[in-house]
Design a protein around this ligand. Structure first.
Ligand code: ASP
Length: 303
């Protein structure tokens, strides 16, 4: 089921008017604690918007928005992540800015409550794009990130889902922002797929698959079956479609069609173009989204 184009604010013609859009995953069950989902999305949009409204950077805005959702146990990221087949939490995250195409990502990370911030450290450090597993944890220690007991990231809800063999639960979170300087940034964070094998890394930390930002074009954050998103190289391809069509919402829909037909999986994505116009689409029943632009007095959370 696709979102209705008329639902979007597509009129934000000035290049440097800020905008932000966030998502809470293309697998969320709309009937399961919808208020928690709505509150989380709203809080995330506001956290990012405060940064942008103060003239702050897109990178800070998407990091702030994603951290809110990592901290909210209802979402599949940070605390509240889905569990591996052995009952542990292993998270993936990435962040990118579209001026210099600087990016940072982490995969299969445990003990870190806010993996998006660890990905940001990788970006700022600049030596590498992607760190995984123990190496990522050693890097986290070196940059002084707080470490938590792995059990603190495991919630009762996720344990029940694993016991009930409710595999394939999706719910990644992500954000894309345009700041007043005209920079696009994007970030995505996830616990992955419920019941995944330990060591499995999905699309989220793979730049061009789960996340991409190019200030000349726009930014994308994806959610859904990671293996399918990787096959479709979805985030970058969505921007190529945007370049050819100049219609963010149409580009989002065409990209999701590619995910289904070529990637052979389900999911969705959010997209923001260089003018701050938003687009989103999903092939699943539900993908909570929220956004804010100067056209509104408060976050738009249409569900
Ligand atoms: N894309 C994520 C992954 O495969 C899952 C999700 O979007 O919920 O790791």
């Amino acid at each position: 089921m696709f979102a209705n184009r008329a639902d979007c604010d597509t009129v934000n013609p000035m290049r440097h008017l800020p905008a932000i859009i966030v998502h809470g995953g293309a697998g969320a069950d709309p009937g399961d604690a919808p208020d928690e989902i709505r509150d989380g999305i709203r809080a995330a949009v506001l956290a990012g918007w405060r940064v942008l409204a103060d003239g702050g950077r897109g990178l800070d805005a998407v990091e702030a928005a994603v951290r809110v959702l990592e901290d909210a146990p209802r979402f599949n990221a940070g605390r509240g992540s889905v569990l591996t087949s052995t009952g542990t939490v292993e998270t993936d995250a990435s962040i990118m800015e579209g001026d210099q195409l600087r990016c940072g990502a982490v995969g299969a990370v445990s003990r870190i409550a806010n993996p998006v911030t660890l990905a940001r450290h990788v970006l700022e450090d600049g030596r590498h794009v992607l760190l995984v597993g123990d190496g990522a944890l050693q890097f986290a220690r070196a940059v002084g990130m707080p470490e938590c007991d792995p059990a603190d990231l495991v919630t009762e809800r996720r344990r029940r889902q694993l016991d009930a063999a409710t595999a394939d639960i999706k719910g990644t979170v992500g954000a894309v922002a345009l700041d007043r300087q005209g920079t696009i940034a994007a970030a995505t964070s996830t616990g992955g797929m419920s019941g995944k094998l330990p060591g499995r890394v999905g699309d989220t930390p793979l730049i061009g698959c789960g996340t991409y930002a190019d200030s000349a074009l726009g930014g994308v954050s994806c959610t859904g079956t990671g293996e399918a998103i990787i096959r479709a190289v979805l985030a970058r391809r969505a921007l190529d479609i945007l370049r050819d069509t100049e219609d963010p919402d149409y580009a989002a829909h065409v990209a999701v069609d590619l995910l289904v037909e070529q990637g052979r999986g389900e999911g969705g994505l959010i997209l923001l173009d260089a003018k701050g116009r938003i687009g989103y689409a999903q092939s699943t029943i539900f993908m909570p989204v929220g956004w804010m632009t100067p056209s509104f007095h408060e976050p738009q959370v249409p569900f």
